[in-house]
Design a protein around this ligand. Structure first.
Ligand code: SF4
Length: 348
C-alpha cells in the first residue's frame, strides 16, 4: 500500500497524497543556453516528463530562468547549491520549486530570506541528501555513509525549514546502494509525512543503470515509497523518462501509451522474432494509445499465451497471424505482418 503523504504542488502538478506518481528528469544542457535547454525540456515533455529540474550554477544562469519558464509546459525546478542569492533570483524568475539543502546555505538570516520568499511565491523546497553528500560529522558518527546518516542529515535540513514555519517540503534520500536507499526511506517514513522524491543516484550507464534503477525504484515503489521518481542515467535524459515510465507501467502504477510484450522465443519459433519485436517496439512504443501489443514466436501457443493483449502478431513459417484478445483475426504473409498490424492498431 502506498505510504500516506502530504500533498504539495509544483505549479499545477501535485506531488504526494493521492496524486499520481510522476516522472521527472533533469536537463544536461548548459542551463544558460536557453534555446538548447528549452528544446530539451520540450522533447522530454513530449515523452512524458512531468517535472523538470535544471542546474543553476551562477547568477548569469539564474536570470535566464524566466525565459525558459515561459517556453515550457511543465513545472521548472531550480537546483541550487550553497548560494542563497541564486535561490532568491530563481524565485524572482518564477520557478515552481527549489532543490536546496538549507543547512548548506549557512547564515540563519539568509535561510530566513529564502524561506520567506518561497512562502510568498508558494513554491516547495526539496531537500535532497545523497550518501555522497553527508556531512563529515555524521560520517564520523556512523563510520561512513549509512542510511541513518542520510536520515539524520535530512532531518537537520527539515528542522531548519520547520523552525521557519515552512512545511512545503519534498524529501529525497539517494544512494547508489539500493539497500541503503530503501532503509533510508523506511526510516524517514517513520519520522515525517512529507512526499518522497525517489531514485537511485549514479545508477550507471543506459544498460546497467536501467537495471539498477528498475530494481531500486521497483523495490521502493512496491513497498509504497515514492510520490515522484527520477531515474539517473549517464546518458540522454530522454532515456531517463522512458525508463521511468516503463518502471511505473511495469508495476501497473500508471498507464501511458503502448505496452509491448513479446515471448522469449524457443525451439518452436519459426520467424526472426528478435528483429520483428524490435521493429514493433521502434514503430509503436511512442504511440499515444493505452494498448498492449504482443509479438509472439509461434502460431500454436502465441495467441493463447498473449490473450490479455489488445492486439498481437504470431509468426509462423513464411506467414503469421494477427490476433485480438487471443482470437485470431487473419493469416498474413510474413512481409505483411507489420503493415497489417498497423492497420488493425489504427482501428482500436
Ligand atoms: Fe515458444 Fe511459441 Fe511460447 Fe514463443 S509463443 S515462447 S515460440 S511456445
Amino acid at each position: 500500500m502506498r505510504r500516506r503523504s502530504k500533498k504539495i504542488y509544483l505549479g499545477k502538478i501535485a506531488v504526494g497524497g493521492d496524486s499520481p506518481i510522476t516522472v521527472q528528469s533533469m536537463t544536461n544542457t548548459k542551463t544558460a543556453d536557453v534555446s538548447a535547454t528549452i528544446k530539451q525540456i520540450n522533447k522530454l515533455t513530449k515523452l512524458g516528463c512531468e517535472i523538470i529540474r535544471v542546474a543553476v550554477p551562477d547568477l548569469e544562469t539564474a536570470v535566464k530562468l524566466v525565459e525558459i519558464k515561459r517556453k515550457i509546459k511543465i513545472p521548472l525546478i531550480a537546483d541550487i547549491h550553497f548560494d542563497y542569492k541564486l535561490a532568491l533570483e530563481a524565485i524572482r524568475q518564477g520557478v515552481d520549486g527549489l532543490r536546496l539543502n538549507p543547512g548548506n546555505i549557512g547564515q540563519v538570516e539568509k535561510i530566513k530570506e529564502i524561506v520567506l520568499n518561497a512562502k510568498d511565491a508558494g513554491i516547495p523546497i526539496r531537500i535532497g541528501v545523497n550518501s555522497g553528500s553527508i556531512e563529515r560529522s555524521l560520517l564520523n558518527k556512523y563510520g561512513g555513509p549509512t542510511a541513518e546518516g542520510m536520515v539524520e542529515s535530512a532531518l537537520k535540513h527539515i528542522h531548519i525549514l520547520e523552525a521557519n514555519n515552512f512545511d512545503d517540503i519534498v524529501i529525497s534520500l539517494k544512494s547508489t546502494d539500493i539497500m541503503m536507499t530503501i532503509t533510508a526511506y523506511e526510516l524517514m517514513a517513520e519520522k515525517v509525512d512529507y512526499p518522497f522524491h525517489v531514485g537511485i543516484t549514479e545508477a550507471g550507464t543506459l544498460w546497467s543503470g536501467t537495471i539498477k534503477s528498475a530494481v531500486g525504484l521497483g523495490s521502493l515503489l512496491s513497498r509504497g515509497y515514492g510520490d515522484t521518481i527520477r531515474v539517473s542515467l549517464t546518458g540522454d535524459p530522454v532515456e531517463e523518462v522512458r525508463v521511468g515510465w516503463q518502471i511505473l507501467k511495469s508495476l501497473g502504477i500508471r498507464k501511458k501509451g503502448v505496452e509491448i510484450i513479446s515471448c522469449p522465443t524457443c525451439g518452436r519459433t519459426e520467424i526472426d522474432l528478435i528483429s520483428l519485436a524490435e521493429k514493433v517496439e521502434k514503430l509503436f512504443s511512442d504511440l499515444d494509445k493505452d494498448i498492449t501489443i504482443a509479438v509472439m514466436g509461434c502460431a500454436v501457443n502465441g495467441p493463447g499465451e498473449a490473450k490479455e493483449a489488445d492486439i498481437g502478431i504470431a509468426g509462423g513459417r513464411g506467414e503469421g497471424l494477427i490476433f485480438k484478445k487471443g482470437k485470431v483475426l487473419k493469416k498474413v504473409p510474413e512481409d505483411k505482418l507489420i503493415s497489417e498490424l498497423e492497420e488493425e492498431i489504427k482501428k482500436i
